[in-house]
Design a protein around this ligand. Structure first.
Ligand SMILES: CC(C)(COP(=O)(O)OP(=O)(O)OC[C@H]1O[C@@H](n2cnc3c(N)ncnc32)[C@H](O)[C@@H]1OP(=O)(O)O)[C@@H](O)C(=O)NCCC(=O)NCCS
Length: 204
């Protein structure tokens, strides 16, 4: 069977691809961000890192899908889900952010909008608090945008950010997103309405 790349567009130069013999397609394994950080799918041995980094109220307060307190069961369920999503979408949507030693320090994901409209995705991310304000997420997001446009073939990426999350808005701007609109009462979290600023970036 001829080997076939199932991504549209070109392949990102700093990504490593692995042939999958049974399906005859190529699976992306690793994306190098810079000398300090790379991306690869989350695996079972990341469970302890998830639990230690996500028992942090400030991460819970600024995100919608992460439970608090965060348990081993939550981590295992997320890792299983990421694997299922990767198979269903025929490419990984959830990427662990790792130090060069392989330690998980955060996550960056496409949320799955491309199931219904392959031209666009929504992005979400977090980094463990000990790693904040070192420029890591800005570099990761810049690379993730390229992965989305060059390799996955998206035309538009969306980044909804809670209005109060100044650090994330700064990251979005540094990675080339622009503020598109503000959505009052976009969500209800812990019984309180959350206003969201919607940031966008379009493929050039
Ligand atoms: C948002 C988050 C991912 C940023 O990651 P990071 O690796 O620290 O980001 P960077 O270091 O690349 O950039 C952070 C920027 O925000 C700025 N910043 C940090 N706290 C800030 C604050 N309270 N007000 C204004 N700017 C702030 C930093 O100074 C830096 O900007 P600069 O380079 O111009 O100085 C991280 O704080 C996090 O995981 N927060 C909790 C979860 C979350 O908010 N996820 C995003 C949901 S949309």
């Amino acid at each position: 069977m001829p080997r076939r790349v199932h991504f549209r567009g070109e392949l990102l130069k700093n990504a490593q691809f692995r042939p999958e013999p049974i399906l005859g397609r190529i699976v992306i394994d690793k994306v190098v961000v810079n000398d300090e950080v790379f991306l690869s799918p989350p695996v079972r041995s990341d469970t302890a890192s998830f639990v230690s980094l996500l028992n942090e109220k400030e991460i819970y307060d600024n995100t919608l899908l992460i439970p608090f307190p965060y348990t081993e069961h939550d981590a295992e369920a997320f890792i299983r889900l990421a694997d299922l999503r990767s198979k269903a979408y025929r490419r990984p949507l959830d990427w662990a952010i790792r130090t060069t030693a392989g330690r998980l320090i955060g996550m960056v994901s496409y949320h799955g909008a491309s199931q219904f409209d392959s031209s666009r995705e929504e992005v979400g991310y977090w980094i463990g608090k000990p790693y904040w304000n070192k420029g890591i997420m800005t570099s990761v997001l810049q690379t993730f945008v390229q992965l989305g446009f060059v390799t996955y073939g998206f035309e538009r990426l969306e980044l909804p950010i809670f209005c109060t999350n100044a650090a994330s808005k700064r990251v979005a701007e540094k990675a080339g997103f622009h503020l598109h609109s503000s959505i009052p009462k976009a969500h209800i979290k812990d019984g309180r309405p959350i206003d969201v600023d919607l940031y966008l970036i379009l493929k050039a």
